[in-house]
Design a protein around this ligand. Structure first.
Ligand code: GLU
Length: 308
């Protein structure tokens, strides 16, 4: 028994596509290869984009593929929509340290409309508001909330992408942790949850690589132990677009009609460098010979001939 604790953390905003499966398989293999524990957490922070039906569907799709988990899944306390009290406690911890300030910028009101709430605004003018100005703004509309990042360089070693460094103030800036309507931001929730769930290993798409330094800083500010990170390549359509949930052509509905679980795993095994060909294979067989060194670093273009 190994002490590695990994996780799947899907957002149930639509049917999974090949790119989601690629990350999910690598997260699963990395844990199963060492006999660790896998947690499935449902990241349904955004009540507009996320629906329970998508969450149940994605669990069924993962099971169809043989990607099982040991904790979470349908258990309500593993759904972020039920974990607000924990985010509120973390918010208060940060506020007590003087790191939180209200922000009245209209852009912050749109937080979470962009994927993962990515927003760069290193010099938010709201950071300099006096108490009286805050009161005046607050009388007109409720604020969102940002954390004040230090001018500090954060470096870490990513198991897939190698060394990565970011200057928080310059490259990230004060970032939102709560929306004006009370919705919690991804950056805060993911750190609180991975910390509370004792996650030691995070495997996810490399679109989140640039979020990791600010998350590492949040771990520190909240007194939590950070996991190790592996940011895996994204799958791209032939025109260079990232595969997304709206690419219905490669979603699980279509893939399940076209492939058996073993044939789909064979394709994913080839894309992830685990075998030369797309020959059908079971998840357990792949776990038995999984190696991170074979996983490519660069994004992968999924051409039609690969899908044949
Ligand atoms: N919920 C995010 C997504 O579905 C993943 C977050 C993470 O792995 O940190 O893209």
């Amino acid at each position: 028994m190994d002490f590695t604790r990994g996780r799947f953390a899907p957002s149930p905003s639509g049917r999974m596509h090949l790119g989601n499966l690629f990350s999910a398989l690598l997260a699963w293999l990395s844990v199963r290869a060492v006999g660790g524990t896998l947690v499935l957490r449902v990241e349904d922070l955004d009540p507009v984009r996320c629906q329970p039906a998508h969450a149940w569907q994605l669990m069924e799709d993962l099971e169809w593929l043989g990607l099982t988990w040991d904790e979470g899944g349908g258990v309500p306390s593993y759904w972020q929509s039920n974990r607000g009290a924990r985010y509120a406690a973390a918010f208060e911890t940060l506020r007590a340290k003087g790191l939180v300030y209200p922000c009245f910028c209209t852009r912050l009101q749109r937080l979470n409309e962009a994927p993962h709430g990515h927003e760069i605004s290193s010099a938010c003018p709201c950071a300099a508001l006096t108490d009286q100005e805050v009161a005046e703004h607050a009388a007109r509309r409720p604020p969102g909330w940002r954390v004040r990042v230090p001018s500090r360089s954060i470096s870490f070693f990513d198991g897939c992408q190698g060394a990565y460094t970011q200057d928080l103030a310059r490259d990230c800036g004060d970032f939102p942790i709560r929306r004006w309507d009370g919705a919690w931001a991804y950056q805060l929730a993911v750190v609180v949850d991975d910390g509370a769930m004792g996650i030691t290993q995070v495997v996810r798409g490399r679109d989140l690589l640039s979020s990791t330094p600010r998350q590492l800083w949040l771990y520190e500010a909240l007194g939590l132990t950070p996991p190790e990170f592996y940011h895996v390549p994204l799958l791209l359509a032939p025109d260079g677009r990232r595969l997304a949930k709206r690419d219905a052509d490669l979603d699980m509905g279509v893939l399940r009609r076209r492939y058996t679980p073993e044939a789909l795993l064979g394709l994913l095994a080839k894309l992830s460098g685990q075998q030369e060909t797309a020959a059908p294979v079971s998840a357990a067989e792949l776990a038995g010979r999984f190696t991170w060194t074979a996983v490519p670093r660069e994004d992968i273009v999924v051409t039609q001939d690969l899908l044949a």
